[in-house]
Design a protein around this ligand. Structure first.
Ligand code: ATR
Length: 276
């Protein structure tokens, strides 16, 4: 039986075992997927990973707080993991090598394009935040050839530096809050960790139009503060939370390991049901 796992700390509430079990059922794959805690205080990440590898596992997902350690440990990197500078997926190869991938961005892009029915091509995109989470999504997003990308961040410099890292035809602007053009964007993505504390980034609601898609990379049992804010100011706009991104990144990892791309919509609905 091919074995996989997600590693992190904390890990007990991880939805990944359920998601991968649903994918396996849907695609008729025989595999096992479990959650393994690697103690962030006491354990040595590299030693623990080597032990899991020696035990014959085929691959891993890596979550908080280990995505950077995972990046450092890999022998080979996919281009998107290299750009993201973080790894959320290992494939254990022959000769004890580790391939590192990052499927977070592809998961987000797939969720917006397939489940949100909103292709990025030629769209005006506003990204709020410029931290690790946003760094991970830019390359797959730019590959879809949006018309324009504006990255706005509390620390303007960080948005500007991030925007300059990409060699692309797509115009990318980086700024602080005050320089965001006050006109509707087609797609608005919140990638700040402010939502976690229930805080709103101080962005004008003029960036949302009735036809905008507003996406929060965060998710929870209730709509996030950011999505509630969007609904208050523009009730007609389409709103999505990050549960679809979570299922999407899992689907991209599953595809890397098994060569079959699962459908995500019904799985999102099942996981949604469980967290509510
Ligand atoms: P992550 O991996 O979650 O992206 P990170 O790299 O620390 O974590 O990035 C956090 C992001 O949320 C950054 O864009 C940060 O803005 P700064 O670059 O100015 O620090 C943003 N952020 C965090 N707390 C915020 C708050 N209270 N208001 C607005 N933005 C916030």
């Amino acid at each position: 039986l091919d074995r996989y796992a997600v590693v992190g700390d904390p890990i007990s509430h991880s939805k990944s075992p359920l998601i991968h079990q649903l994918f396996a059922e849907q695609t008729g794959q025989t595999m096992q997927y479990e959650a393994i805690r690697i103690d962030a205080e006491d354990a040595n990440f590299v030693d623990e990973i080597r032990a899991i590898q020696q035990a014959g596992y085929k691959g891993l997902n890596i979550t908080v707080p280990y995505k950077l350690d995972a990046f450092e440990l890999t022998d080979q990197l996919t281009p998107r993991a290299e750009v993201a500078h973080a790894v959320n997926t290992f494939e254990f190869l022959e000769n004890d090598q580790i391939l590192g991938d990052n499927t977070d961005g592809a998961g987000l892009v797939m969720d917006i394009e397939l489940n949100g029915q909103c292709p990025f091509i030629d769209k005006k995109v506003l990204i709020i935040g410029a931290g690790g989470a946003v760094q991970g999504i830019l390359q797959p997003l730019l590959a879809k050839q949006p018309g324009l990308v504006h990255i706005a961040n509390r620390t303007a410099k960080r948005a500007q530096v991030l925007g300059q890292r990409f060699d692309t035809q797509v115009p990318i602007h980086g700024s602080g809050w005050d320089e965001i053009p006050l006109e509707p964007f087609d797609i608005i993505i919140n990638g700040t960790s402010a939502s976690l504390e229930g805080k709103l980034p101080p962005v004008s609601a003029e960036v949302i139009g009735p036809n905008s898609l507003v996406y929060d990379m965060m998710y929870g049992a209730e709509p996030t503060v950011f999505l509630n804010w969007a609904q208050q100011h523009q009730p007609q706009c389409q709103r999505m939370d990050g549960l679809g991104m979570l299922v999407g990144q899992a689907a991209e990892s599953f595809y890397l390991w098994r060569g079959v791309m699962p459908k995500t919509k019904s799985v999102i609905e099942q996981v949604r049901h469980l967290i509510q």
